[in-house]
Design a protein around this ligand. Structure first.
Ligand SMILES: [Zn+2]
Length: 287
């Protein structure tokens, strides 16, 4: 016979907040429960990848991280929040399927979710996003700061610091070409989706020409993809996509979440965004 707490205690399962009653949520150990919040916009990813590429990645990587954590550190409880299909991606809204909200909306959502948990005594939240646009991160980081100031809560967003500190380039298998130019829906993301969702990758990716553009340069600031001549909505070389790299990349992201969740619980300092990213984020207007 099942005990009444079986849904919460069943360790092989990923616990989802939306499947719990408030009673079951109340019974969770406030000091030993870590929540995971995936949040990324629906956004065009070239003519070959689905608009949910970032959202699916944000959700799947933490889901996998929770499965590992359930075994690695079973004394804690890990709860997955529903993935929120919201983010700031104004620069490619000239394609259908890109839905952008302002950084203020991102901030309000992350803050509302975090404070709803903190007001009931919960202390840990890991934010998962695969969307590295600075306007999106501005909303997330501002909400994190407010949450940690107002409540006895620790919150982190691990992928931004890893990504902006170029950890991917430092660790990835040697490929013989410059992967730092793979900015959007290029080699990395196409590889990732070939691994995660091969049936969602349109075969036309094999024929897409490599297109490179420095999106960090001040001259492109405020311009949309089409205004920059990126008529197909990708930057990089999708045709090079490789399922083995996708597997490596997926595992790498998962490991970052596993490590960050444990460090967050143990009170270790989390890696920060590098100075230049923090500066750009600060200089950006709230919109
Ligand atoms: Zn993406």
């Amino acid at each position: 016979m099942k005990s009444k707490k079986s849904a919460v205690k069943h360790r092989t399962k990923v616990i989802k907040l939306d499947e719990l009653s408030w009673k079951q949520i109340e019974e969770l150990d406030k000091d030993k429960t870590i929540f995971f919040l995936p949040i990324s916009p629906l956004e065009e990813h070239g003519p070959h990848l689905p608009v949910g590429t970032d959202l699916l990645t944000a959700k799947d990587t933490v889901t996998e991280a929770i499965k590992i954590l359930n075994k690695k550190k079973p004394e804690l409880t890990y709860v997955l929040l529903p993935a929120i299909p919201v983010g700031s991606c104004k620069f490619n809204t000239d394609f259908p399927g890109s839905i952008s909200v302002s950084s203020k909306v991102v901030r309000a959502i992350v803050y509302s979710v975090g404070s709803a948990l903190a007001r009931h005594g919960f202390k840990f939240m890991v934010i998962s996003t695969a969307h590295m646009a600075v306007a999106h991160l501005k909303g997330i980081y501002s909400a994190m700061k407010r949450l940690m100031m107002k409540y006895d809560m620790r919150v982190c967003e691990p992928w931004g610091p890893y990504f902006f500190n170029n950890e991917v380039e430092k660790r990835e298998p040697k490929l013989g070409f410059d992967t730092s130019k793979e900015v959007h829906a290029g080699f990395r993301e196409t590889s990732l989706m070939k691994y995660q969702y091969p049936y969602l990758v349109d075969e036309s990716y094999k024929k897409l020409q490599s297109i490179y553009r420095d999106l960090q340069s001040p001259s492109v600031l405020g311009k949309t993809f089409k205004q920059l001549g990126l008529k197909d909505g990708y930057v990089g070389s999708p045709a090079r996509a490789d399922v083995d790299y996708g597997r490596w990349f997926f595992g790498e992201i998962v490991n970052v979440y596993v490590k960050s969740a444990i460090d967050l619980y143990e009170g270790k300092k989390q890696p920060d965004l590098p100075k230049n990213a923090r500066f750009t984020m600060k200089a950006l207007f709230w919109q």
